[in-house]
Every structure is written in C-alpha cells, then in structure tokens.
Write a protein that binds this ligand. Structure first.
Ligand SMILES: C[S@@+](CC[C@H](N)C(=O)[O-])C[C@H]1O[C@@H](n2cnc3c(N)ncnc32)[C@H](O)[C@@H]1O
Length: 220
C-alpha cells in the first residue's frame, strides 16, 4: 500500500501557494507575449487535453476553445483556483486518475517533468497510457543559455540530450520576463536566486529561452 507520506514525497514542492504575491509577478511577467501558449495552441489538437501540474490554471484556461477542452490536473490543493473555469482534478503525474486513452493530448509547463526527477519515467508511462495512439505529448521547460541563466549564476536549462534520447523533438521559444519596474524584477530575482544575484540585474526585460519537447504516442 502507498502511504500518504510516500505520495507527498512524489509531489515536487512549489512556492506558488505559500507566496502568492511572488507567483503573481512570475505569471504576469514571464512570456508576456504569450509565445509559449501560442506554440502549445498550434501543437495541440482539438478534443480533450490534459494539463499536468496545471498550477493555478493560467495556461490551461488560455488553451480552451470551442474545439478543445483542457482538464487541469494539479496535486497541490493550494494551487487549485476553482474560480478559473476549468475541470479541476487533484492528482499527480505518476498516478493519473483517468482511464487508458482518455485524452487526445497531454502537456506540462514547468511541472514535474524535469529530467532527472525521481519517477519521471513513471510519469511518462502514465502520459502514454492516458493519451490515445497518435496523440501528442508536449513538455515545456527552461532551455538555459540566456540572460535569465546568467543572473541565476547556475545552469537552469533542461537536458536536451535526455529528451532527444527518448524520441522527443524540440522547439526553442525565445521569450522574456518583462517587468513593470526594476524594483519588481529584482524582488522576484532575489526570491528565486538571492539578493546578490538580483543586484547583478539592471534590466526590466530579461531574455528567457524556453524549450518545448514533443512526441507522438505510439501504441501497438
Ligand atoms: C512551476 S509550477 C507550474 C505551474 C503551471 N504549469 C504553470 O505553468 O504556471 C509546478 C507545478 O507542478 C506541480 N507538481 C508538483 N509535483 C507534481 C507531480 N508529481 N505531478 C504533477 N504536478 C506536480 C506543483 O504543485 C506546481 O503547481
């Protein structure tokens, strides 16, 4: 039997529910031009789509249309915002509470699918199980090698070889964090990387490279 502690260990802690004012800055200022959402909108089919680790539903709600319904899966009750008009389900990537072939596609934006995270293959198996044959899987993460990384002072990029070895193709998305003021920029950067890193920044717009990995589900 899987204990409650085991389950909690499989959830990657996220600051959004404890520091909502910081998360508000992040979501408002990251990729203001919506290039990531535009990319997902082009890549994802119509029908039923699953967002894994949907956070507060920011991305999912923007991808819903007359032709596409997005179901938001999120393990942290504190992140689930039921005011956002989505079908919300509490659950996690490693144990998706849906039947086989329930979705036409699934995606995750900066959630759980970080190469090297324990249980990631379990999560990928679950995606392959719940998405129909020929359906799409898209995983969005940091690409690194940008101004954001240089402020962090550490490599924030995902391991592209890891994803390529698993048959994923990649698309690079060149976007930015665009803040309303330097004070706002450095408040978030200090929160992420510490005061010293924030002090290195003198810009309100910071280059940010994102990578989207995609694959098509193959089944026998
Ligand atoms: C960085 S936030 C991203 C939220 C949202 N996808 C977005 O782009 O705004 C990461 C999210 O992944 C969720 N998460 C953590 N562990 C998870 C797991 N095992 N399965 C699915 N989601 C998970 C967190 O609760 C958090 O909401």
């Amino acid at each position: 039997m899987v204990s409650r502690n085991d389950l909690e260990r499989q959830i990657i802690g996220f600051y959004g529910a404890s520091y909502p004012s910081m998360f508000e800055i992040e979501r408002r200022c990251m990729d203001r031009d919506g290039l990531v959402i535009h990319h997902l909108d082009r890549e994802l089919p119509g029908g039923l789509v699953l967002d894994i680790g949907a956070g507060n539903g920011f991305t999912a709600v923007r991808l819903c249309s007359a032709a596409r319904k997005v179901v938001a899966l999120e393990p942290d009750r504190g992140m689930i915002d039921t005011v956002v008009p989505l079908t919300w389900v509490q659950g996690m990537a490693q144990l998706i509470p849906f039947r086989n072939d329930a979705f036409h596609a699934a995606y995750a934006t900066w959630a759980f699918f970080f190469d090297g995270v324990p249980g990631i293959d379990k999560g990928l198996n679950e995606l392959n199980r719940v998405v129909v044959k020929g359906g799409k899987i898209v995983i969005v993460d940091n690409a690194g090698d940008d101004e954001f990384t240089s402020i962090a002072g550490k490599d924030t990029g995902s391991n592209r070889t890891w994803w390529r070895d698993r048959g994923f193709k990649e698309t690079l998305i060149r976007t930015s964090f665009r803040f309303d003021s330097l004070e706002e920029a450095n408040r978030l950067l200090a929160f992420y990387f510490g005061q010293e890193a924030a002090a290195r920044n003198l810009k309100t717009e910071i280059e940010y490279r994102v990578v989207a990995y995609n694959t098509t589900v193959r089944k026998r």
